[in-house]
Ligand binder design. Structure first.
Ligand code: AGP
Length: 372
């Protein structure tokens, strides 16, 4: 009913605007005084977590993209090797797991069969399994050793939006907590990130407040044959998420590339007028990446691409190469996906609506995939 949708025509539209609150709720009660994280609810003891020598993240679809982003932060903060794999491939390759392996299973619904089967396999191999999940008491957390719930509230639209942002928050919390219990040498950086996290609901709100031009842009691309997405570092999984959203909602061909990989073949796809969405890394701490992507943008623009650039407010260096500029707040690199994903969601949603598609119930898709 209209009331359930909070006055919006689609749940997806409502769920996109709920993101600042979802992010705040997922942080609530977990960040204590002076930046100490309290995650005892995970049921994994600090003692267990100190022993871990490897992390393996398994998930599907959008949850897999959250896992890819988690890898960057966990490896950087904790110095623990971290692999990420789509759940449907995991158990079929004879993966190496033992008691010192922490498997993190990310699933919004807690019911994805591929992820559940991977969890069962991991536990048979004696790995410890931590679930990151949005649905209380669902199967995956019940079958895991521990769980950290995301507090996004129920998500009805088939496309994951607010649950993705809260999965990112949960992953950051796990990474920061692991770093704390393992006394990593980045103490100051960890504390600074924890402070930054608290500001993220506000930053996500800022994106929502300024996102209107993205809708106009999306409508203008309704008849495009394809949209390409480029990113580097954590911007690469964000690009993958942008492409997935467009495929599932607008039924359009979309593909994401690591910006540096383009020249190894895919740049041949660029011709006059092809829209390319580029996620520009934060300037903070990753100056090299920022400059590298600038030359990637120049390369594709010289070959006719219509460049749609998502960059930090005040990043004047990108302006001359952006046919369309979407500004997001400046936040630390590892947290940028929380703000850079939002325009992608709005873009895909609006483009799909312009095509007359039902964004809550896209064709051929179910909210949770309970078959392998
Ligand atoms: C996201 O927009 C998709 N509907 C889909 O990729 C989803 O993320 C995937 O099926 C995983 O679901 P889960 O998180 O409930 O396990």
């Amino acid at each position: 009913s209209a009331a359930e949708k909070g006055g919006y025509e689609y749940f997806m539209l409502k769920e996109i605007v709920e993101q600042p609150r979802a992010v705040a709720d997922t942080l609530l009660g977990r960040v204590g005084v002076e930046g100490t994280l309290t995650l005892d609810e995970m049921r994994l003891s600090a003692h267990d977590l100190r022993d871990i020598s490897k992390i393996v993240i398994i998930a599907c679809g959008t949850s897999y993209h959250a896992g890819l982003i988690a890898k960057y932060s966990i490896e950087h903060w904790c110095r623990i090797p971290c692999e990420v794999e789509v759940a449907s491939e995991f158990r079929y390759r004879d993966p190496i797991l033992d008691r010192q392996t922490l498997v993190i299973a990310i699933s919004q619904s807690g019911e994805s069969m591929d992820t559940l089967m991977a969890v069962r396999y991991a536990r048979e191999q004696r790995a410890r399994v931590l679930a990151i999940c949005n649905v209380n008491g669902s199967t995956i957390p019940r079958e895991s050793d521990g769980v950290l719930y995301t507090h996004a509230g129920p998500e009805v639209g088939v496309a994951a939006t607010k649950t993705f942002l809260t999965q990112l928050i949960a992953c950051y919390l796990v990474g920061l907590y692991l770093a704390q219990v393992r006394n990593q040498k980045f103490g100051d950086e960890i504390n600074a990130v924890i402070e930054q996290l608290a500001k993220m609901p506000e930053q996500v709100q800022q994106v929502l407040d300024t996102v209107e031009p993205v809708r106009t842009l999306a409508r203008s691309l309704k008849d495009a044959k394809t949209v390409l997405f480029l990113g580097r570092h954590v911007g690469y999984p964000v690009a993958m998420e942008g492409a997935l959203k467009l495929k599932e909602l607008a039924y359009m061909h979309a593909e994401a590339f690591a910006a540096g990989e383009l020249k190894h073949g895919s740049i041949a796809l660029i011709e006059d007028g092809v829209p390319v969405v580029i996620v520009v890394p934060s300037r903070e701490g990753r100056g090299v990446l920022h400059d590298k992507i600038l030359s990637n943008i120049q390369e594709i623009r010289a070959r006719g691409a219509r460049t749609i650039v998502i960059a930090e407010k005040g990043d004047d260096a990108v302006r001359p190469f952006a046919d369309e500029l979407i500004e997001i707040p400046a936040v630390p690199t590892l947290l940028q996906p929380l703000v850079s994903t939002v325009p992608m969601q709005v873009f895909a949603c609006e483009l799909a609506l312009a095509k007359g598609n039902d964004v809550d119930q896209p064709r051929n898709l179910a909210k949770s995939v309970t078959v392998e």
